[in-house]
Design a protein around this ligand. Sequence first.
Ligand code: MN
Length: 356
Amino acid sequence: MSNPLSSRPAKVPYRRIATEEAFAPKEMLDIYNKILAKSDVDVGFKNLMGFYMSSPSERAQHIMSGLQDMDELRLAHMDATGIDTQVIALTSPGVQIMDKETAVSFAPISNDILAEACKKHPTRLVGMIAVAPQDPTAAAKEIERAHNKYGMNAVVINSHTHGEYLSDQKFWEIFEAAEAHDTPIYLHPNSMPKSMIQHFLEAGLDGAIYGFGVETGLHAMRIITSGAFDRFPKLQIILGHMGEALPFWAYRLDYMHTATVKSKRYDSMKPIGRKPSDYMKSNFTFTNSGVAWEPAIKFTQEFVGVDRVMYAMDYPYQYAVEEVNVLDQMKMSDADKLAFFQTNAERVFKIPHIPA
Ligand code: MN
């Protein structure tokens, strides 16, 4: 870990709002320990949280302490890297690795804990709503409860739930609630399901390096091709990691989607209202979490518009002041930089505007 204080970011004419930041309450880690102790524990979960929760490495220790702290340590790390506000979600896989009953009962507990922390630091911490897709009706109710009670304006879903995808209409009560309350869904990566992970795992490519993007990109594409946005035209999805690379695929996705539908090759690929890339421009916002890379950010801005690309750090997993400095220095107009770092996040998450 580099010393963030050695190269503190400059004062800039925008507030830096980081939009894909994580936390893990101790109460959830206790549940995780019980799951990890089982003989049939999910291989991806064991390889991800099983590693971080037991490794003595400096990286794992930093992540575990950063995930749990919602006070001095987190704020000190934010100050050291020039982050004014974090938009925080229950870390992956959240409650989605739990059995249905535990997940449904723990999601509101976790939201209560997060709301309490945000209340203590109202200009620094903003919370997203965790839900248990295992019970779509309960998830829809929790969106309503946390939104109304705490003013939380976004939902986090850590990709698949026990190998199932939101493209399945049995989950669409969640989309209905998200659309009704105008709460975008941050579709965040999860470790790959058992049926997918082996070929990635044997090469060490299952995690954030590559597998997360593949699996979460697949999830987003499944939602698009399912026709969900024709049913819920106002539904908004947030995708991290430069849209899990989907913007770079867009031309081929459009061409092959049209060709595949026309060929009637799959019962699961029916005609939908518009091209996949059209939905990316109207129903998605992309963040640069984990990708502090000017060409990728600018390409995505050019593709979907500057209003649909937001800043994210991915704290505590990717905590680096050098990256903030690099992004401050992007060759981009002041107006576009303001949108990227601050005002897009204020609009998407309904965060009250604070001038820089
Ligand atoms: Mn993340």
